[in-house]
Design a protein around this ligand. Structure first.
Ligand code: SAM
Length: 360
């Protein structure tokens, strides 16, 4: 098998296909306990939940037991533990990125708290047909918004106008402006918005690395429920209405869906490093870290160090053995086999056939 783009390479392991659980990581020699197997420092998109934005550093995810961090960058809605982190964050986002976060913060700030509320997790996941129809349903309004924004570009850059000074292309009318205003009146889901902006900016700033995320395992039905899908479609229309103009060509249903479809089964929770990770700050996608399959009795331990994930052998590993982490949180690991199976099926979409579950 050819190594997928973005997959890790090592003298200790190789990535191979398995009959039932996609690709997996296998030891290529005996590995002593506690050996460092991989440091994944390739964070792509990430979501820091809005409720933690004052306490968790936007760059290194540092947390000081719930205290507000020293530096609050109110314009973009992130806080930082140091000036270095703030500078690194701004450099990584790029100038356009900082403009985008400022626009998003302006939209989200002052919205009623109810827009934030989590929806019922027990609703069924939308199937492919419903997903396609929802995105298609936004097409007409999206086209009107894009024309309204095109008018903005033409006002800002009159040199792109036609020879007679008239705007090239379609004339902006009341209908276009109304479509834009209507989008802005829809409820905002700040964390969904963060996901979309983070993904679009990552694609904008690192276009050659798109294939690293596209190579990951896909989920054809990545939305948790119908309100979640609706929140993504709304975020799309909002973003068309407010993003800096250079980002508009990237903001498409296709790109947003592809980001969700890869993130769904590959993201890592960003949790507190104390208390067995009881605080869930958000999540992110590190492609190199996404080739380990799950086992309920894992032989690899993972640990987050700032923005990097480290993977170590939990004990001695024999040549040829599959290297597995656990996808379960601390509390979930203590559940019975049946309950673990329900959690894994719901969150990751697979029926666990690991050695612990099969009783081997
Ligand atoms: C992070 S990816 C792991 C790498 C993946 N196998 C691949 O080919 O890219 C997670 C996905 O791998 C598969 N997977 C991981 N652990 C599994 C297990 N114990 N049993 C069955 N499938 C598993 C599931 O499809 C899951 O959604």
């Amino acid at each position: 098998m050819q190594t997928p783009p973005g997959a890790p390479t090592s003298s200790l392991f190789a990535i191979r296909d398995t009959p039932h659980s996609g690709r997996a990581v296998f030891a290529t020699s005996f590995i002593p306990a506690d050996t460092l197997l991989l440091r994944a420092d390739d964070l792509t998109l990430s979501v820091l939940l809005r409720e933690y934005r004052r306490e968790v550093c936007g760059q290194c995810f540092g947390y000081e037991y719930g205290r507000d961090l020293r530096i609050r960058d109110a314009a973009v809605g992130f806080s930082f533990c140091s000036e270095e982190c703030q500078t690194a964050w701004r450099a990584e986002q790029s100038e356009i990125g900082v403009q985008a976060w400022t626009k998003v913060e302006g939209l989200v700030k002052g919205r009623s708290k109810e827009d934030d509320d989590m929806v019922d997790v027990d609703l069924p996941r939308p199937r492919e047909k419903e997903i396609q129809e929802s995105w298609a349903g936004a097409k007409a309004q999206a086209s009107l918004i894009v024309v309204a924004r095109q008018g903005e570009r033409d006002r800002l850059q009159p040199s792109t106008n036609g020879a007679n000074g008239a705007a090239p292309g379609v004339q902006v009318t009341k209908q276009h402006r109304k479509a834009l205003q209507k989008a802005l009146l829809q409820p905002v889901s700040p964390d969904v918005m963060t996901f979309c902006v983070s993904g679009l900016l990552w694609k904008y700033n690192k276009p050659t690395e798109w294939e690293r995320v596209m190579a990951l395992a896909k989920d054809a039905t990545p939305y948790h429920n119908t309100p979640d899908l609706k929140a993504f479609v709304n975020a799309y229309l909002h973003l068309l209405a407010i993003l800096p103009l250079p980002l508009l060509p990237l903001c498409t249903p296709e790109t947003l869906f592809l980001l969700s479809s890869r993130d769904s089964h590959n993201s890592f929770g960003i949790r507190s490093l104390e208390d067995d990770g009881s605080e869930f700050f958000g999540y992110g996608c590190w492609p190199a870290a996404s080739y380990f399959n799950h086992s309920c009795g894992p032989n690899v331990e993972k640990r987050r160090v700032g923005r990097v994930w480290e993977f170590r052998a939990a004990g001695e590993v024999e040549e040829g053995e599959e290297l597995c982490i656990t996808y379960l949180s601390g509390e979930e690991r203590k559940l019975s086999r049946g309950k673990r199976a329900v959690v894994l099926k719901r969150n990751w979409g697979f029926a666990c056939g690991c050695e612990r579950c099969e009783g081997i």
